[in-house]
Design a protein around this ligand. Structure first.
Ligand code: C2O
Length: 488
């Protein structure tokens, strides 16, 4: 069979009519939604493979039977987050979903080469890119029926407005990162995530760079179901979002020859993940089997994997990095819908990072955010450094350090048998910002001010006002700490 060709959904727009790819997708959503939840090819089973909403399934039907416990244990709640398995696991997940949708379409008399489109919200050259694709917000399909691609469970986007801020779609940070894997904390998290055991739902580990932005930031920008790992895949748009993330993995790999996937056998083949194929057969896959999307059983390609940031500066390469913590906040920080400051007193490095700091400025610096916990809709927080209270964040982009998107916040904060409930974690590489601040005389070796600026706060307030909960999110950040890194 020829390769399936995944295309940019914005190239599939045709006047009054829909492109057949979207028309067939809509038909398949209806057909798969009709199937019972214990059928592996049903819409809800497929979403449950990511995570089943155990604390309230919005689509529960009276007297339905869930698959047996043993089957649920093996195939459900498998999504891999805040780990270096994030990219390969989601690649497998999407590929089998695509094949199931493809077979559903073929069985309904459609084409045999259907491929999942992708939504490239990062395309800053196209003003349509940061709005939800038109077919996903239209109330009706071209033949006049209700549109199954539209979900009412989105906080933002259904009105045709822009959903993503410039920070949500920032590729400059993740695509320039030279390493696939990170060590976490002072070592950064890498493009693809930290070296961990399979890790369903984050736990206390930090998100990889692509996983945080734009992956989690887009989830959070849309909100409502999209902010839960257990409900996001019920929205037909989820799959186009993830196709774009999967495509960005290919883009990163191709951008520079030193961008390579892990060669560690632990990543390559120590763990197998289980899925069902379109014939409902059980398949087991290892990351090694999915590094090439053109190979069987994946067999797909993207119509565009060109470099979106060709002129980006090359980060300096290091063979060995030794981190040292030089400061942390004293107690937890409460974040609200307003801008909030936290002060981090700093000491001069005395250990491994001392030698590098000839001036009071490090070779590399990482800001670590631990135990972020909370419930309800939360804004995404943009982090600025050494911003004065009288300054507006918008006008001081040189102090912008990165984002804390809060995808899965509620699930990561709740403790149950699967999750420790320790909240979310992020690490920001702030080396460039520190240098920019230093060049302007705004870096201070004795103390760092970290300012959290809510984005999407207005939408969140409006969404909160309609619910029984008060419209104030209660997000706490357990600790912020700064690491200097000496690199050799
Ligand atoms: Cu496993 Cu975007 O989520």
């Amino acid at each position: 069979m020829a390769l399936r060709r995944r295309q940019n959904v914005l190239n599939l727009v045709q006047e009054a009519q829909w492109d057949p790819i979207l028309e067939w997708y809509a038909k398949a959503v209806v057909e798969m939604s009709r199937r019972p939840i214990d059928d592996p090819t049903s819409w809800r089973y497929q979403a449950s493979v990511h995570a089943y909403p155990r604390f309230g399934d919005p689509l529960e039907r009276p007297r339905e039977t869930l698959p047996p416990e043993t089957e649920q244990k093996r195939f459900w709640d498998q999504c891999q987050h805040h780990t270096w398995y994030f990219l390969p696991w989601h690649r497998m997940y999407l590929a089998f979903f695509e094949q199931i949708v493809g077979k559903t379409i073929e069985d309904m008399g459609g084409p045999s080469d259907w491929a999942l489109p992708y939504w490239n919200y990062c395309d800053t050259g196209d003003p349509r890119a940061c709005k939800l694709p038109p077919a996903f917000i239209a109330h009706r399909t071209p033949d006049g029926g209700p549109n199954p691609l539209r979900s009412e469970h989105r906080r933002a986007g259904n009105g045709g407005e822009d959903v993503a801020t410039k920070h949500d779609i920032d590729l400059e940070k993740c695509l320039v990162e030279p390493a696939f894997e990170g060590l976490g904390g002072g070592g950064g998290t890498g493009f693809g995530g930290m070296k961990t055991k399979p890790n369903h739902k984050g736990g206390d580990k930090e998100a990889g760079m692509l996983e945080a932005v734009p992956h989690e930031s887009i989830h959070s920008a849309i909100g409502d179901w999209m902010r839960f790992s257990s409900k996001a895949p019920l929205d037909p748009l989820f799959w186009l979002h993830h196709a774009n993330i999967d495509r960005l993995w290919v883009v990163w790999r191709r951008r520079r020859s030193i961008h390579t996937d892990p060669t560690d056998v632990v990543w390559l083949r120590e763990f197998s993940f289980y899925f069902h194929d379109a014939e409902r057969n059980v398949v087991s896959m290892t990351p090694e089997e999915v590094v090439d999307t053109a190979a069987s059983p994946l067999e797909y390609e993207y119509d565009d994997v060109s470099d979106p940031i060709p002129g980006a500066p090359l980060p300096h390469l290091r063979s060995r990095r030794v981190p040292e913590m030089v400061g942390s906040t004293a107690g937890p920080i409460l974040l609200t819908l307003r801008r909030t400051n936290a002060d981090v007193p700093l000491i001069r490095p005395t250990g491994p990072a001392a030698r590098a700091s000839t001036e009071d400025r490090p070779d590399e610096a990482y800001l670590n955010f631990e135990n972020i916990a909370g419930s309800g809709e939360s804004p995404t927080y943009a982090v600025y450094l050494n911003l004065l209270d009288i300054e507006s964040a918008d006008q001081h982009e040189e102090t912008y350090a990165g984002q804390l998107p809060m995808f899965g916040l509620e699930e990561a904060s709740r403790s149950d048998e699967q999750h420790p409930g320790s909240g979310l974690g992020y690490v920001l590489n702030i080396t460039d910002v520190v240098q920019a601040l230093d060049a302007r005389g705004r870096w201070n070796a004795d103390g760092l001010r970290v300012t959290f600026v809510p984005e999407h706060a207005i939408d969140v307030a409006v969404a909160g006002a309609g619910s029984s909960a008060v419209g104030q999110p209660a997000v706490t950040v357990g600790r912020v700490s700064l690491y200097y890194v000496r690199s050799e």
